[in-house]
Design a protein around this ligand. Sequence first.
Ligand SMILES: NC(=O)c1ccc[n+]([C@@H]2O[C@H](COP(=O)([O-])OP(=O)(O)OC[C@H]3O[C@@H](n4cnc5c(N)ncnc54)[C@H](OP(=O)(O)O)[C@@H]3O)[C@@H](O)[C@H]2O)c1
Length: 257
Amino acid sequence: MIVGFIGSGNMAAAMARGWAGAEADAPTQMLFTDSGSGRATALAAEVGGEAVETNEELVERSDFVVLAVKPAALDGVAASLPTPRAVLSLLGATPLSVLASHFPESTVIRLMPNLAVEVRTGVICMADPEGADQEIVAESHTLLGSIATVYELPDEQMDVATAVMGCSPAYFAVVAAALGQEGASGGLEPDVAIRMVGESMAGTAELLRKRTPFEIETAVASPGGSTEAGLEALAAAGGAEAFRRAYEASIARMRGA
Ligand SMILES: NC(=O)c1ccc[n+]([C@@H]2O[C@H](COP(=O)([O-])OP(=O)(O)OC[C@H]3O[C@@H](n4cnc5c(N)ncnc54)[C@H](OP(=O)(O)O)[C@@H]3O)[C@@H](O)[C@H]2O)c1
């Protein structure tokens, strides 16, 4: 399968790096364009792909076109293209109906990946592809499954999923930076402190496959202990309420508020 990325920014790079390191089910070739920054050439060199001159050439040569531009660029990009066989759209807050109106003759699949596709432990939400060419849907699942766990959702749930799994690597990074900073202030090597927080997050992620968040919280926070003191301070400073606000702000931005 030849996969062409229109746009070579953060998310294109994450997916391409994930596929470049995958042992199976990766594209046979990856093609890239940008709007003139040179990121396509740099990314192609990094992952062993090819930067091509124009979006038109990329579409003509690709089995799958990954639309990896900002949503505001959609009109301009789509207007100048020949008909792609299949479009995988990464565009935030851009429903299937809008995508289909730009690519009426193509099979269009709406995705929402998160940054962890780069290390092949990502989450990719796929808007329910019912009615799409099922051979292309199956091929998409094979490709995407090599870098992520894929969830099919109704199109109207994609914004909520974006706020929960697309944005959250940045929120977890804030937590890691804050705890790492405190560890470093307390005398740990800054790199070691960040790695320890990261490993703790990875272990907690694994625990979440078996236990509820409440079970984990109560198993760590024994009465009168240091975690309990930390949780009380966290709650007093906003705690879970801060994440609720982050969620609401993301949703509001996606919905144009
Ligand atoms: N970042 C994330 O974690 C994330 C997560 C989920 C979904 N997404 C979605 O992924 C999409 C891309 O996001 P991003 O963070 O990767 O953005 P980004 O880093 O700003 O990259 C956008 C890319 O699009 C290119 N571009 C713009 N106009 C173009 C054109 N006419 N032809 C070819 N390339 C063009 C830009 O070219 P230049 O390099 O020349 O500027 C750049 O390489 C967005 O729709 C976003 O909603 C992102």
